[in-house]
Ligand binder design. Structure first.
Ligand code: NDP
Ligand code: MN
Length: 381
């Protein structure tokens, strides 16, 4: 038996209008960090700024964080923070904006550090000597508002780095379902299947414990009961509330139990083909569970607990109802040509084996197994 640690944000504020909690913060200067345009266009950025001003904060806005944020974006944001000296950092947006803000925070606290310095797990020095951190997710997907992870891309070398540091778990997560209620259906579907994948991989992980399982199981139940409604009825606030909570619950499970082969393989196919992360997960998930079933009885236990007849059929059925293709070759978002797929297959499989998420996958893995699973996901079985 190994020693495990279970970490959570100090406060999770959730429910309709939870955003108003910003007016309760105590401090002098707040740096708001956000993505491209959605939070501006939908008025949530202005609302956040107004609430902070009500609490007598001076604010700056650090915006235009791009999907898959770069080291450069993070550096520029940290420079702006150094000039402004915030005592609170408030990140509002998708996983990309939240992830970028976390590493800006680190470089604001420790300006002498380089990006290379913080890549090894456990290398980040303590945060919170200058500022504390609020995360307000606008997608129900990444779980970044809960996790100790941040994914930053080195654009020069085309490599995505997961940065891991317990201190990056936010002080406060604010889950206001009105914000993800504005996501278009396709983003709802893809990010929602990312949540299901986080929960299922954390649940079957070799590092899962009795602390992490309850969160994973509840997240799985909530996704099966609410994702289709959120997709078909964008304004259904109950479905949005349940999906937003599910995303955070899955985040609690996977930040403490890690993930598995679906994420390893999605990371690498994402590097080759620019396919949306949640979509890649959704397509490959059934094939990898089929394989992992040989090594763990946890899926059988889950089927019993949630009264699901066949988990793999249930996932494929949900994909169908969300208009997600069942194979990589049928993907319409990006065309994955058979010839190109076969050219990169070996490299992708080797890189997926080396991904940190592979370590906690329940099934034994080899380059051959992974190649096989990519092929099954491409052609269907
Ligand atoms: P993104 O943050 O990349 O956002 C995707 C798109 O959705 C953007 O175009 C964004 O627009 C738009 N958008 C966001 N919210 C809304 C909304 N409420 N209404 C309308 N449009 C909206 O997506 P994800 O949340 O899926 O995050 C993915 C990122 O998170 C990846 O970089 C991934 O690697 C990372 N990740 C991090 C984890 C962690 O633990 N830290 C775990 C898993 C993934 P705009 O830019 O205009 O706001
Ligand atoms: Mn994911």
């Amino acid at each position: 038996m190994t020693i495990s640690t279970f970490s959570l944000p100090r406060n999770i504020v959730y429910g309709e209008n939870a955003l108003d909690h910003l007016s309760q913060l105590v401090g002098k200067r707040a740096a708001l960090v956000t993505g491209g345009s959605s939070m501006k266009r939908l008025g949530f950025l202005k609302r956040a700024e107004d609430l902070l001003k009500q609490a007598n904060f001076e604010c700056i806005i650090i915006d235009n964080v791009e999907p898959n944020p770069s080291v450069e974006t993070v550096r520029n944001g940290a420079e702006a923070m150094l000039a402004f000296q915030p005592d609170w950092i408030v990140a509002i947006g998708g996983g990309s904006a939240l992830d970028a803000a976390k590493v800006m925070w680190c470089f604001y606290e420790h300006p002498h550090l380089s990006f290379e310095d913080i890549i090894p797990v456990g290398s980040m020095p303590p945060l919170r000597t200058k500022a504390r951190f609020v995360a307000i997710p606008s997608t129900s997907g990444s779980g970044s508002e809960i996790t100790s992870f941040s994914v930053i891309t080195d654009t020069k070398n085309h490599i995505k780095y997961p940065i891991v540091a317990a201190d990056m778990v936010p002080d406060i997560a604010i889950l206001d379902p009105r914000i993800p209620a504005k996501m278009p259906p396709s983003i709802t579907a893809n990010t929602g299947m990312d949540v299901l994948t986080h929960a299922l991989e954390a649940y079957a992980s070799t590092a899962a414990t009795s602390f992490t399982d309850p969160y994973a199981i509840e997240a799985i139940r909530l996704v099966f009961d609410n994702l289709e409604t959120a997709y078909l009825q964008p304004d259904n606030l109950i479905a949005r509330y349940n999906m937003h909570n599910a995303s955070a619950l899955a985040g609690i499970a996977f930040t403490n139990a890690s993930l598995g082969l679906v994420h390893s393989m999605a990371h690498k196919i994402g590097g080759e083909f620019d396919i949306t992360h949640g979509l890649a997960n959704a397509i490959m998930l059934p094939y990898i569970i089929q394989y992992n079933r040989l090594s763990t009885d946890k899926y059988r236990l889950l089927e019993r607990t949630l009264r699901i007849k066949d988990l793999i059929d249930a996932i494929k059925d949900l994909n169908r109802r969300l208009d997600i293709p069942l194979t990589l070759k049928d993907c319409r978002e990006v065309v994955i040509e058979e010839k190109t797929f076969n050219t990169v297959l070996e490299r992708m499989s080797e890189n997926a084996l080396a991904d940190p998420c592979t370590v906690t996958n329940p099934g034994h893995t080899s380059v051959e197994n992974i190649k096989n699973l990519y092929q099954q996901s491409y052609y269907g079985k």
